[in-house]
Design a protein around this ligand. Structure first.
Ligand SMILES: [Zn+2]
Length: 238
């Protein structure tokens, strides 16, 4: 049987690992083909380095995070904090969909705290069907179906009511390792917001686990737009 193709779309280089790293690691254990699409290049995330230098570091860190579970990185290289829903941006996303040819896609919730998060989630949900449209041309061939879309949890779960959970107890350590690859971002977040990376991951995982009756969980909600293949359950079992 053909393995599932699973595409995660994050606005920034550490978002996929932070919001769905445990779920991605479970898919990896089940043999799925994984794709991490990172929309922006993180080029404003430093108070000491140039934009080019920090973007280059973050690209390398994203590569390492994805490689830990064998995911292929798709790097869209849009300026950090300036992800605008435009024709050019949409075509970049559509090309990413066509590279991954996903059965299921994970994206940001459309009302998260950061505009890059919300905009990227909205572009995924608004444009995923366009990957099947022949006259919308990009380098790769069109997809043959519209995949199912799940929204990922928000930072600290603010403004997000989950509908489904994945038990990530067995992959939480891998999630920590994946996020730890994003060293430059973790030190930046500590300087700016004062939090420790492990607590920042552990508290939401325990809280979502409490809701889902398991030790550690990640939370999602499906998109219910027409045309999605949600008659099947695509979530991995933890
Ligand atoms: Zn982010």
């Amino acid at each position: 049987m053909k393995q599932m193709n699973v595409l995660f779309v994050g606005a920034h280089p550490d978002d996929i690992e932070t919001f769905a790293g445990g779920t991605a690691a479970l898919y990896a254990k089940q043999g799925a083909n994984l794709f991490f699409c990172v929309a922006t290049n993180g080029n404003v995330g430093s108070s000491t380095l140039s934009a080019e230098k920090i973007a280059s570091i973050r690209h390398q860190e994203a590569q390492k995070g994805a490689e830990l579970i064998g995911a292929r990185l798709i790097w869209l290289d849009i300026d950090d904090e300036f992800l605008i829903d435009s024709r050019e941006t949409r075509l970049k996303f559509i090309e990413a969909f066509r590279i991954a040819r996903p059965d299921v896609v994970f994206c940001h919730w459309i009302d998260d705290y950061n505009p890059d998060h919300s905009t990227s989630g909205k572009i995924v949900d608004d444009c995923i069907h366009m990957s099947t449209v022949p006259l919308i041309r990009t380098s790769s061939k069109i997809c043959d179906k519209i995949p199912h879309v799940y929204y990922m949890d928000t930072i600290a779960g603010v403004n997000f009511v989950p509908e489904v959970y994945v038990d990530i107890t067995e992959t939480f350590d891998t999630k920590i390792k994946m996020v730890a690859q994003h060293q430059s971002q973790n030190s930046w977040m500590k300087d700016v917001f004062g939090y420790e990376m492990e607590a920042f991951l552990e508290i939401p995982a325990k809280w979502r686990g409490l809701q889902a009756s398991c030790p550690l969980a990640e939370a999602f909600r499906p998109s219910y737009k027409w045309g999605r293949t949600f008659q099947k359950h695509y979530l991995p079992q933890g």
